[in-house]
Design a binder for this molecule. Sequence first.
Ligand code: TRP
Length: 418
Amino acid sequence: MPEALNPWSAGQAIDTRRLFDDFGIEPIAPLVDLLPEVPAFMRRGIIVGHRDYRPIAEAIRDRRPFHVLTGFMPSGHPHLGHLLVMREVVWHVRQGGHGMIAIADREAHAVRGLSWEDCDRYGREYLTALYALGYTGEAYFQSRNGALKDLAFEAATRVNFSELAAIYGFGAETTLAHAMSVITQVGDILYPQAAGEPAPTVVPVGLDQDPHIRLSRDVANGLRFFTVEDRGDHVSVRAKNAPAGALEAVAKALPGSKRYEGHVDVRGVLHGDVAELVRRVERDFGGFGFYLPSATYHTFMPGLLGGKMSSSVPESQFGFAEPSAAVRKKVMGALTGGRTTLEEQRRLGGEPERCTLYELNRFHMCDDDAELAELRRRCMAGEVTCGACKRETADRVEAFLADFRERMDEVAHIAAEI
Ligand code: TRP
């Protein structure tokens, strides 16, 4: 398996083209028009792709139920690199989604070797940041959610080691706990539908997490009792793993349907209505009736020094609780797209596409498109020096963090109770 697709080693170098061509991730742009309100991260191409986002966009538009879930590995303090996904979740909840956050302490413990105490402490920092950004949904720690662990075990009945080897490059030396943390993530992704009602579920993630999304979709499908197919003039319901009596119950619930050995055919009923009814029967017989989970995929903001943003390179990001003087210093020391001399800068202008601070503004610090465009124009026209632009950006960051911290103080008690 190519390194670029391994979630534990992925860097900036993810081959977007290949993911689109070979794995069926689709560009998000055509679906954006369905949304009543388009957030900056969708307007600006920060979210580049999706899998099956149409049911989510339609649920938002039609005010129908949907879930939004993502997970955070509590392997360090939350920082700038986590802000985007947090905002995506908060936005989807505001659009009517039922929110669920998984704190992936099993993964942090199994893969990164963190103690449970550290997982707990960091996990609460993530939750505090989320609530401060306006999150109003539910949250859990993997290690303390019994129903999640049961669901992960059920999911495990549908995955074997050769699949894990093919998807993640796991081999004979992989620990069983690592494999368990993978299936726990599959459990996370399906959990909102199992704990609540089946509904489309969107999982906002970075491109590196796509292997988990694909595996979760396979498992969701594998756990279904039935497939429901549109055959043009009729709809056909086929039993796959259905327990005795379940197909009979489907036939009964569909008046005028024809029951065959392994399937039931019905005319004059919409595919969507049959699918809904079949989900209900499936639940009555102890199944899940899952919708296949959807995902959005975002690109990664570069670190402030260029290259990868990472907890292990302190200068590449800042934590939400870092003192402002330290944050200011990091912003002032960031790699920009400026020229080597002032004369060149005035004559040629700067290069925003090579500037980490332009990216910082585009991702997070400048919500107004016109203002961002003006910032870009002034840069390219050579009207502003990098020093001045750094100061302006640092001011924005400082204002953002001051407000953010105040809110974090206000909501810390909520995170303490999870
Ligand atoms: N593996 C993810 C990470 O490394 C964290 C995670 C755990 C997650 N469970 C999830 C992400 C469910 C999305 C959905 O960051």
